[in-house]
Design a protein around this ligand. Structure first.
Ligand code: ARG
Length: 588
């Protein structure tokens, strides 16, 4: 279904031509002066160069040519040459009716359906999930869902950090505690135990202890690095131990992500790149892309046009060990072979920007990916505490994710039972849903690249630009629709009517923007655009709601029109929160 701006652009194009001007100037956009008009065209100003006339004269000619358009109620030429458009209410109502008849509310299928891989989450196995893992999970999940909504094939991959130095640290700490285990016996040739030597709780404690110990003990640190290297090169005992670390960590990670409503299609990790590394290195050498530099193997990726220094991409360290770039490149080799993605999107902290710049350039230059494969990095900013410094627990530690989520849920629970009498299980369920919305919206409503202040008290408020406010609006609509059905009438039978008040029309115009917003959010990989939109939409609804007697309206047709408008507003809001990765309760 065409977007409103497209339909209007066609109308205005025809008018430009009718008035003797080129239609390339006829682009219509949303108004940036909503107090003056709903849509606008600024093309008369640009056309001046060609036609050597005052822009207002061109605008006036176009306005005359637009007379009789069924889309437009009022059109004006305004100095110096704006064309301001107010839409016809019947036209808007018919547009909403068409939207309502479609499953995806006017979002069409893409001309070319892409395969997109979203690489997000990226937890490092053996370390507890902490608040630092929130942003990649929340943003990535939303980007994935937006891509799916606009009709692409999107594959989410968690790309675990399961191959790095934390593995060596955990193993060497275990060796300190239980040196008798067969994994550390180089002469052991039997079958390793099937039972893990540690539980998830123990593992959660082993890593921080090891990491702290490595800071004070150089020898231990060396041993851990050595063990990591040996693991990466197929050491039998360490490989067996690694499998235990993975088997113990995965269920816990899955549960944590699932509590955030984050689901991955692929549970792959850096270790899965291993089978591709040797051949890739061989290829890079043979084709002359890689060369030695102080013992390390590197690929130059700087370009003449670079404004800043882009260091070479390091493929192997001087000791032959693989690095972060190595596994990322080898993962691209695998992705090209198995999934042939048109686009790969990575969601990480923006401090990894240089890493991805190097990896992307290297992958393109060496033909690891096809020239047309789009590689994108969404680099997000830091989550700060109210003091403006990176978010910490009260005692200065890094907060575990489960603790943070638990905190928000209990605060939410208190609010909900305070608000009204509600059964405990329902209150808990509701608190979980609203808490998640608070958390996710608090994050997603900011442009990803910006740092933001993690302010739980603000996020859980039912007022202002928050997740709970959006949910409250949806719940309010649900309640009105339920009451309408309780009178024996069906919401599904209600027909959208032409608006009669300003607040009703404003709400309809907001609803009508949905397809534009969704496609734009996809193109810019920008969930915050969806947030900004539903905030406007919720405000438009609440304004309408406060000014209008809905259920007590006596004219049945008019009342049914209101109900139909509420129903489509709810559908749009629900589609939006679904792509943001949360849902609304029945009551709150
Ligand atoms: N494990 C990495 C980290 O903690 C994130 C992984 C992101 N994905 C990637 N393909 N590099 O920073």
């Amino acid at each position: 279904m065409n977007k409103l701006v497209e339909i209007l652009t066609y109308e205005v194009e025809a008018a430009f031509e009718k008035a003797g001007y080129d239609k390339q100037y006829a682009k219509v956009t949303l108004s940036n002066r909503p107090d003056l008009c709903e849509y606008q065209c600024n093309g008369a100003m640009a056309a001046v160069k060609v036609y050597r006339k005052a822009p207002i004269m061109i605008a006036n000619d176009v306005v005359v040519a637009l007379e009789g358009s069924i889309c437009i109620e009022k059109v004006e030429a305004v100095n110096p040459g704006f064309i301001n458009i107010t839409l016809d209410a019947d036209f808007v109502a018919s547009y909403l009716k068409k939207m309502n008849a479609e499953d995806k509310l006017g979002v069409g299928e893409p001309e070319h359906k892409k395969t997109i891989m979203v690489d997000y989450g990226g937890a490092n196995v053996a370390k507890a999930l902490h608040v630092g893992h929130l942003r990649p999970a929340i943003i990535g999940e939303s980007v994935k869902r937006i891509g799916r909504y606009v009709g692409h094939e999107v594959i989410g991959d968690v790309h675990l950090g399961d191959w790095g130095s934390q593995m060596g640290l955990v193993m060497m700490e275990l060796k300190r505690r239980q040196p008798e285990l067969p994994y550390f016996d180089e002469s052991f040739e039997g079958e390793y135990p099937t039972e893990s030597p540690f539980t998830i709780e123990e593992l959660g404690e082993i890593y921080p202890t090891a990491s702290a110990y490595a800071k004070e003990n150089e020898e231990f640190k060396e041993a851990a690095l050595q063990a990591t290297y040996q693991l990466q090169n197929g050491h039998r005992g360490y490989t067996a131990l690694w499998k235990h670390i993975m088997a113990v960590s995965l269920p816990d990670l899955k549960e944590n992500y699932s509590n955030l409503n984050v689901e991955f299609d692929l549970w792959k990790g850096e270790a899965d790149a291993k089978p591709y590394i040797a051949d890739m290195v061989e290829y890079l050498k043979k084709e002359g892309y890689a060369h030695e530099d102080q013992g390390a193997l590197v690929v130059d990726v700087k370009e003449e046009t670079d404004a800043k220094e882009i260091p070479p991409c390091m493929i192997l360290k001087s000791d032959g060990a693989a690095l972060y770039a190595t596994t990322d490149l080898a993962t691209l080799v695998e992705r090209e072979q198995v999934y042939k993605p048109d686009q790969v999107v990575y969601v990480t902290d923006k401090r990894q920007e240089m890493h991805f710049e190097q990896v992307f350039r290297c992958a393109k230059k060496t033909g690891i990916v096809r020239p047309e494969t789009e590689l994108k990095h969404i680099g997000f900013g830091t989550m700060n505490g109210k003091d403006g410094k990176p978010f910490k627990t009260r005692d200065g530690g890094v907060m575990r994710l489960s603790e943070l989520v638990g905190d928000i849920n209990s605060k939410m629970y208190e609010k909900i039972v305070e608000n009204h009498a509600i059964e405990e299980t329902e209150a808990k369920e509701t608190a979980k849903k609203v808490g998640l919305a608070a958390l996710k919206y608090g994050d997603l409503s900011n442009q990803a690249a910006k740092d933001y202040v993690f302010d739980v008290d603000r996020f859980i408020s039912f007022e202002g630009n928050t997740g709970p406010y959006i949910l409250y609006t949806i719940v309010r609509i649900k309640s009105i629709l339920n009451k309408y059905e309780e009178t024996g009438k069906k919401v599904a039978d209600c027909q959208i009517q032409k608006s009669e008040s300003a607040s009703e029309k404003a709400l309809m115009l907001e609803v009508a923007k949905f397809n534009l917003v969704m496609e734009n959010a996809y193109e810019e990989l920008a969930p915050h655009k969806v947030c900004a939109y539903i905030y406007d939409l919720a405000n438009a609804f609440n304004r309408f709601y406060h000014e209008t007697k809905i259920l007590s309206e006596e004219n049945e047709t008019k009342k049914a029109g209101f109900i139909a408008l509420l129903a489509i507003t709810k559908r749009v809001l629900e589609a939006c929160i679904d792509v943001l990765g949360f849902e609304a309760p029945e009551r709150m």
